[in-house]
Write a protein that binds this ligand. Sequence first.
Ligand code: AHR
Length: 508
Amino acid sequence: MRALSLVLLCSILSAQPPSASLTIKASAPGPKVHRQIFGQFAEHLGFGIYGGIWVGEDSKIPNTRGYRNDVLNALRNLKVPVVRWPGGCFADEYNWREGVGPRSKRPVKINTHWGGVTEPNSFGTHEFMEFAELLGSEAYVSGNVGNGAPREMAEWVEYITSPAGSLADERKANGRVTPWKLPYFGLGNELWGCGGNMRPEYAADVTRRYSTFIKPPAGVTVMKMASGPSDADYNWTEVFMRDASKHFDGIGLHYYTLPGHWAKKGPAYGFDENAWAGTLSKTLKLDEYLTRHAAIMDKYDPAKRIWLGVDEWGSWYDPEPGTNRGFLQQQNTLRDALIAAMNINLFVKHATRVKMANIAQMVNVLQAMIFTKEEKIVLTPTYHVFEMFQPYMDSTSLGIQLTTPWYNKDQHTIPAISASAVRDGAGKMYAGLANADPNRSIAIEIRLEGAVPAKVSGRILTAGTMDARNTFEQPNALIPTTFDGAQILNGVVKAMLPPKSVVMLNIE
Ligand code: AHR
């Protein structure tokens, strides 16, 4: 009899969902969460610009002066804080002069890096700066240190920002009288790779040289963003910070999440649980990268003047079958939603140093926000996560203490819950949560240190399958819905997080 009740108790206990607990230090505000961590990246790559953002004024696709209306509206809804352009590797070979003046006279070039297709140059400096203005976004222009000269780069900045002089006159003749704001200018891209295959010592010297000639007009601030490391290349950061940090205001880190390796990355959908777990485990490596790059930066810049900008991040899978391999088109699933939420939580965790991030990329490329096909548009799960996290923009981070069960699959073990918490300008608190376990719900108890919760509500993004996705045929298969799995009991917020879900809680 006793043995039987023990068996019963064990089976009842094993049927209980695993539990997690989160303490939010509501009375101990942390660093600001810069809205720029929700930045995006738009490169001349595949259908990223042409067809994705720009269709030209004569297109039958509804547009405003050449920009797709549907894409503009969707992006406006996200309040995109900053857009990086024109690359990427494309920027390393870009001659800005070929993209200004009457469109019919602009040279048609070959996009040697991405698919060898023709580049009409119809989307150039004016089109990009106007695009950023239409979105209400800041512009982050990446200069060409790869095969361009310092003079070219200096003149580009003068063309964009100067109120007077021949370059300003040329800009005015091309239709723009007042100078544009240029909050960020990139001193090259991936100088260790497509930007020139440089060694860090040489690249640091080149950065010093190019930076010297970026001279915005009096009273105008342009933050100079250096081309930083990839992944765990700590030596790059060390050398740049040691030898060149007086000459830049930010440094970019690039980290892509690949389920496999560069030669065989793995499919964007139709994957198994091992690939789910492996991919999420890879994305979490960013935590260590940010910790160690930031520690090196602290050594040379204890006042934290210099921004760490994760100016390329996101998932990278095998290309969608049947597409041009150089166009980097891939589907976007619930797994990408988890990747997005987990990365944002890491940016918040490292908010003292990470002040910008630019997901790769905005439309139709890699971990895109939006897909377009002719006149059709699809918002991806990643788009929806960005939309859910909007209250985080320019909020104050709150310290957290998280106790979470592990999620194991084969050789992969990761914390099942990823979390962050903030307080917005109006005093409302938000907790961004992700349950990476695709099989088990997790019961989480949230305690506020220094505050008493009165009301909780939330939104959730989840689905029945790991690779649930939106398609042109079913664009709303995966969209956020109201989350009614949270309540307050005795001053504690109790929520049941379904398997493979992203939840945004609003606690008042
Ligand atoms: O985002 C695609 C490419 O990835 C970028 O052009 C390059 O900077 C990086 O290697």
